[in-house]
Design a binder for this molecule. Sequence first.
Ligand SMILES: [Zn+2]
Length: 123
Amino acid sequence: MNPIFPFPTPTNAAQATRQIAVAARAESMLPALYVGGEYDTYNCGNGTYGMMKRSYSNAPDTTYTLRLDPVPFCSCPDFEKHGDFCKHLVALWKVEYAAYEAAQVEKLEAEYQNYEDAENFVY
Ligand SMILES: [Zn+2]
């Protein structure tokens, strides 16, 4: 898994500016996604995710459906308008990459433990 969201190559300054703005908004969502708060994600299986935004008012919460593979998709208005990426997708990518990275570290630590156990084995 790539640590960077697969943004399309911008062809003009406005597209580059939008990517930077969306990446910054996604970054600001991360504390809520990691420790709970305004946003929550749900892995629904089959590569589908749900992302909920709490309204903290009488208005209903908002929930979007997302997919990262094979082509990123989100059911939010921003994605519907542009059809390429949105803050939800970029934030979900970062959360999923962090989980992937943590799993890799765990795997390497288990492998290292096996080597250490083998070295300490008394015949
Ligand atoms: Zn979205």
